[in-house]
Design a protein around this ligand. Sequence first.
Ligand SMILES: *Cc1c(COP(=O)(O)O)cnc(C)c1O
Length: 381
Amino acid sequence: MEVPLLDLKAQYATIKNDVVKSVTDVLDSQICIGGPKLAELERGVAALSGCGYGVGVSSGTDALLCCLMALGIGAGDEVITTPFTFFATAGSIARTGATPVFVDIDPATYNIDPNQIESRITSRTKAILPVHLYGQMCDMDPIMEIAARHGIFVIEDAAQSISATYKGRSAGSIGTVGCFSFFPSKNLGAAGDGGMIVTNDQALAEKISLFRNHGAKPKYYHKFVGGNFRLDPLQAAILLVKLPNLDAWSAARRRNAAYYNGRLKEAGIETPFVAPECVSVCNQYVVRVDNREELRAKLKVAGIGTEVYYPVPLHLQACFASLGYSRGDLPHAEKAADEVLALPVYPELTPAMLAYVADTLLASVEAGSGKHSADLAGIGR
Ligand SMILES: *Cc1c(COP(=O)(O)O)cnc(C)c1O
């Protein structure tokens, strides 16, 4: 049996007619920039996230960059973030001229450890950029307390966690701003690149929408140096069809995760920890194993797709060598990078596919010594 890590065709088949109609509406209108579909999507995603304002942008990366620029962050500033995330998080900070300051993760959730943030704050720190990894939000209360105490911004990287909640509050609605990605592998995926910024601050939303469009208001009068960070109405048209399905798709991901948990936990495989105050949207289902490469190879032979998010923590990336970190500085992130393995968890998986993945993984683990070492079993919560 073939079980890919993600099957976009399976989802498209369920919505194809509506997508074609929505895209055709845009093409027929020839409103190729901005327009009513984009405005409707911005309202829809803002409402879903419990925010007053949404600003569609060209990608999740540009959402981060555009926010950082609009908040005036640049050369000489520092932004505290996690080393265990997709590159765009820290890449965006560096592109403004600011310095990413990496703080280690909580090994149970893989998210930034709030207890280690305050000691890294300096007079140059302008923001904390927590990342809600794999679909689960960070422990936001202590992060917001620290930010308030020091008068700094919080930029939520919610690229993997649209509509996830923490104490009943939605991803993107707690910090100064929240950033989403519509990359096709995210829970709400476009047919290409896209993203959105959400906030409850009206003045900031306006400023961000200026930065999205070269800082111009009115046209050809430039208040700021922004960029072309616009979201295409064609992508908005597709996302609008998908949006009403998002809750059901997230629920299906959680059901799939629950199935794996039931099958794998007893066998001694370390399954994802979801904090009781969080509802995860399970963008990824990630286990920890000792002999990851061997296991990956066996699953591949059996037709099962897996991925490693992420093999190299950002403080050890070549492009950040000048920041002066070395191996051993952020041990929990480094260990996670060596052990994590993402399994297929997309909503359209059938019960037979789920069973096949679990059966194959358990058989492979028993054949090798894939059980996770006892030293980690008691870590964290
Ligand atoms: C996907 C992702 C991004 C970047 O989004 P793009 O739309 O691919 O530019 C940023 N941060 C995280 C955590 C992501 O997963």
